[in-house]
Unconditional design. Structure first.
Lengths: 112, 150, 186
């Protein structure tokens, strides 16, 4: 149970970074931390004690396997996280080009 | 060779020898996706990293002269359409959308498991070309806007 | 050592690394610390016997690091010093988040024990996976045969994100365009 609480604490560190930081780069890194915490939490739910990976091998019968269904779902999630990061970085580059800073308290004017 | 763009001579020589091994390893992980861990996504990123290795070692001018970026973009777009075409083909033969309609073959052989290796190759082509085009666009954007040159 | 002890160790380092990454002022150091957190997730996946995921997480995190470093290195900017109201807001946020963490311990007591998953659907996939699909890798059989529609959705989302990046970074140059050989941009 302690691993669940620590994983939730990692998620809360990500929320702290997204709420209080004023640097746009730190906000992007916090969204990444939240993504890591959620992916790890799902795979923690899928672990069976003293079980092996979910691949059939030629020698012997591998009957004690971990749960393969959350692994298939989180594979999709990891790929989508990369797309999110790439898009956020692109938006940050465009904002820097226009406002010459990454400070979010200064990116307020709706200049045309 | 010119020393004005890209990295030093040692990096260029080592890249010339080792980038083929990286491509071979990526191809191995793609094709053996249904026997050992890996699959289309991991193999696609490895191939994209091999292209990125050449771009960092030889400079952007080299890639601009020898590689047609529009062609890579077309490969990526047509891979997405090919995925849909395999799905509709499964529906035309009988069975649901994206059904496994090719014969399954023997277990642990390279050519087995129906449409699974074909989908692995399609996904790998899409992911690798897409990621390389994104990194190339970021690099060209810096060059056009007068950002920090490498 | 049992797996749970290793995982507590790794998670402790990850929490420390992420707090360090958010508090440093240098961009390169914080990006490297985020890389360490991602590497810790990959090692944790190896301990939890999720081999496909460890490879994919490691490679995609390297790619994210390359994109972050490429875009943000060399830009000079200045962040204002935090005002008094901002410091009070930060302290209130930390107090609220700590109280959420303490109150959630009761919720985690209701979950099943670590190491005893609820195995209802996966039992059918494990027993009949090799016979029905012919693949030895059960995770690949799930994402490309049993749940191939979700993989189609994922490919679509990745495609849309890449097209979004290409559309935002389009410039009005006449000589070369960012995403094409020599056809003109609009």
């Amino acid at each position: 149970m302690i691993v669940y609480i620590l994983c939730f604490a990692l998620f809360l560190v990500g929320i702290y970074g997204a709420l209080t930081k004023r640097d746009l780069i730190k906000i992007i890194l916090s969204i990444g931390i939240m993504g890591y915490a959620v992916n790890l939490m799902f795979i923690l739910f899928a672990y069976k004690t003293d079980a092996k990976f979910a691949i059939l091998i030629k020698e012997g019968i591998n009957t004690n396997m971990v749960d393969p269904l959350p692994q298939a779902l989180i594979l999709t999630s990891i790929v989508i996280e990369l797309g999110i990061t790439a898009l956020l970085v692109t938006l940050a580059i465009r904002l820097f080009e226009k406002y010459k800073t990454f400070d979010i308290t200064k990116i307020r004017r709706l200049s045309g | 060779m010119k020393q004005t763009e890209g990295m030093t001579l040692i990096v260029k020589t080592v890249t010339r020898i080792s980038v083929w091994m990286i491509l071979l390893y990526g191809l191995y992980i793609i094709l053996h996706g249904h026997i050992s861990p890996g699959g289309g996504f991991a193999g696609g990123v490895i191939i994209a990293l091999a292209f990125l290795n050449v771009m960092l070692a030889y400079g952007r001018g080299f890639i601009k002269r020898w590689v047609n970026i529009g062609f890579l973009h077309d490969i990526e777009s047509s891979s997405a359409a090919l995925f849909l075409a395999i799905g509709i083909l499964g529906m035309a033969v009988g069975g649901g959308f994206l059904a496994n309609f090719i014969s399954h073959g023997k277990l642990f052989h390279l050519i087995s498991a129906g449409t699974i290796p074909i989908l692995n190759i399609v996904i790998a082509a899409k992911v690798s070309m897409g990621l390389f085009v994104v990194v190339w666009t970021l690099a060209i954007f810096h060059l056009d806007k007068g950002g920090k040159k490498e | 050592m049992p797996v749970e002890t290793w995982l507590i160790f790794i998670l402790g380092f990850m929490i420390l690394g992420s707090i360090i990454a958010l508090e440093l002022k240098d961009i390169l150091s914080s990006v490297i610390s985020i890389g360490v957190v991602g590497l810790g997730v990959s090692v944790a996946f190896l301990f939890l016997q999720a081999l496909d995921l460890a490879i994919v997480q490691f490679l995609f995190e390297i790619f994210a690091l390359i994109i972050l470093v490429r875009a943000f290195i060399g830009k000079e900017y200045h962040i204002k010093e935090p005002s008094k109201s901002h410091v009070i807001q930060t302290v209130v946020t930390i107090v609220v988040l700590l109280s959420i963490l303490i109150l959630s311990i009761n919720v985690f007591r209701l979950l099943p024990q670590f190491g005893e998953p609820i195995f209802s659907t996966a039992r059918h996939y494990i027993e009949n996976g090799a016979k029905e699909t012919g693949a030895a890798n059960i995770v690949t059989a799930i994402i490309l045969d049993y749940r191939a529609y979700d993989t189609l959705g994922e490919v679509t989302v990745l495609f849309t994100a890449i097209l979004g990046v290409l559309a935002i970074l389009r410039t009005k140059s006449k000589t070369t365009s960012p995403a094409g050989g020599d056809h003109e941009t609009n």
